[in-house]
Design a protein around this ligand. Structure first.
Ligand SMILES: Cc1ncc(COP(=O)(O)O)c(C=O)c1O
Length: 381
C-alpha cells in the first residue's frame, strides 16, 4: 500500500520505524496533533522561538493554551537559550525548538533543560528534513518532531506534513487521535493536482513573482487551498476541517519527490557554503560554519538595508528571493498582540525580521545570484 510505502521511506531518512510516522494534511496539523497527545490544553503554556511562522502559535492557541515566546540569538535565528529559564512558569508544558532555515537549535542544552523541568520537547523540522545535527537526522533529539512538505520545503507535495514520535509513551495517544482526522474531499485532491501541475510546468523565473502573488491573494481570500489561509492570519479560532488527514495525491507526490531529496540537499549544502564564503570575503553577515553541523540550509538568510529596493532589483534581474520571516510571526505584520506577542520584548527577532531576505539554495548554478549580490553589496549588512 502507498501509505505504508511513504511511511517506510520517511522512516528510513529519519532513522526510525514506520510505526512512529503519522501523516497529515499540513505540518501545522501534525504539531496540533502532538500537542494534543501531550495533553496540552486550557491554562498550559508552550515555549516557542519569537521568530516563527504564525501557524505555530495558532496550533497552541487552538488547544486553549498560550504561546510564550523566547527571543532569538541574532547569530543562529533560533531561541537564545540564556533567555529560556526566565520563560518557564509552573504552567509550562512543552518547549518547541525550530530548525530555522534548516539551522538547528542548541538541542542538547534544551532537551537537558526540559528533562530537569519535566517538560516535553518538540522539534519543528519544517525547514530541516534531511539535515543532520551531531550525526543524527534532524528530529531525533526531542520527544517528537514535525515536518512540512509545503511548496518551498525540502521536498514538496504542494502542502503536507508528518509527525515522527520518538517518545514511546506518546505513541498510544497520537494513535488514538488518528480516527479523528477528517478525510480530504474530491475537491481538495483535484485542486492539489492542478496546483502541482501548475508548479511543475508553468512556474519559472519569468512567471514566479506573478504566480506567487496571485496564489497568496487567492489563499488569503480562502479561494484556493493555500499554505496559510485567510482565517489563520486574521483570527485565532480553529478553521473548519483543520484536523485533516494526508490525501492520496500528497502521498503519491511525496513518494515521487522524495527520490530527488538527496540530490537537492547536496545542492543546498554546496550553495550555502558558497554564499558563506562570498559574504565572509565581502565582510558581510554570514552564518558561521561552527553553527552548522550537517545542516540542510533550506534557504540562506541575509540581512539587507533597503529591502524594497533590494527586492525590486532582484525582481528586475529575474532573481527569486525568499521573504520568509520578514515579520517575526511570519506572515502576520499587524496586531501581533492577538497572538500574545509583545514586540518590545523580542528585539533581536523584530530587528532581524526588518532586514531579512533569503537566498535560494536548490539551484544548480549560483553565479548569477553572486553577481547580483556583488552589484548590490552596499545594501547588504
Ligand atoms: C517554522 C515553521 N513552522 C511550521 C510551519 C508549518 O508548516 P505547514 O505549512 O506544513 O503547516 C512553517 C510553514 O512554513 C514554518 O515555516
Amino acid at each position: 500500500m502507498r501509505i505504508q510505502k511513504y511511511k517506510n521511506r520517511i522512516a528510513a531518512i529519519v532513522e526510525t520505524t514506520p510505526e512512529r510516522v503519522f501523516l497529515y494534511w499540513k505540518g501545522r496539523v501534525a504539531l496540533y496533533a502532538v500537542l494534543k497527545a501531550m495533553g496540552v490544553g486550557e491554562e498550559d503554556e508552550v515555549i516557542i522561538p519569537a521568530f516563527t511562522c504564525v501557524v505555530v502559535p495558532n496550533a497552541i492557541i487552538y488547544l486553549g493554551a498560550k504561546p510564550v515566546y523566547v527571543d532569538i540569538s541574532p547569530d543562529t535565528y533560533n531561541m537564545d537559550i540564556s533567555k529560556l529559564e526566565s520563560a518557564i512558569t509552573p504552567r509550562t508544558k512543552v518547549i518547541i525548538c525550530q530548525n530555522t532555515f534548516g539551522l538547528s537549535s542548541n538541542l542538547e542544552q534544551i532537551t537537558e533543560f526540559a528533562r530537569k523541568h519535566t517538560l516535553f520537547t518538540v522539534e519543528d523540522c519544517t525547514h530541516g528534513f534531511g539535515g543532520y545535527y551531531k550525526g543524527k537526522p534532524n528530529g531525533s533529539f526531542c520527544d517528537a518532531a514535525f515536518y512540512s512538505t509545503q511548496w518551498n520545503k525540502p521536498y514538496s507535495t504542494g502542502i503536507g506534513g508528518f509527525l515522527v514520535v520518538n517518545n514511546k509513551s506518546l505513541l498510544e495517544s497520537v494513535k488514538a487521535l488518528e480516527h479523528e482526522k477528517i478525510k480530504p474531499g474530491l475537491l481538495d485532491n483535484i485542486t492539489l493536482i492542478m496546483l502541482l501541475f501548475l508548479r511543475e510546468y508553468l512556474i519559472n523565473k519569468h512567471t514566479y513573482y506573478f504566480f506567487i502573488n496571485l496564489y497568496r491573494i487567492l489563499s488569503k481570500k480562502n479561494l484556493i487551498i493555500g499554505s496559510t489561509q485567510g482565517d489563520e492570519m486574521s483570527d485565532i479560532k480553529i478553521p473548519i476541517n483543520y484536523f485533516k488527514e494526508m490525501s492520496f495525491v500528497q502521498i503519491v507526490a511525496g513518494i515521487k519527490r522524495l527520490k530527488k531529496l538527496k540530490q537537492v540537499n547536496y545542492l543546498r549544502k554546496k550553495n550555502a557554503k558558497d554564499y558563506t564564503a562570498f559574504l565572509k570575503a565581502n565582510n558581510k553577515k554570514f552564518v558561521r560554519e561552527s553553527l552548522f553541523d550537517d545542516h540542510l540550509f533550506l534557504k540562506y538568510p541575509i540581512l539587507v538595508r533597503d529591502r524594497e529596493l533590494f527586492f525590486s532589483n532582484a525582481r528586475k534581474n529575474k532573481i527569486i528571493l525568499g521573504d520568509w520571516f520578514i515579520s517575526p510571526l511570519y506572515p502576520i505584520k499587524e496586531n501581533l498582540c492577538l497572538w500574545f506577542y509583545d514586540k518590545d520584548l523580542h528585539t533581536n527577532s523584530v530587528e532581524a525580521s526588518k532586514k531579512m531576505l533569503n537566498l535560494p539554495t536548490d539551484i544548480e548554478d549560483n553565479r548569477k545570484i553572486k553577481r547580483f549580490l556583488k552589484d548590490n553589496l552596499d545594501l547588504i549588512e
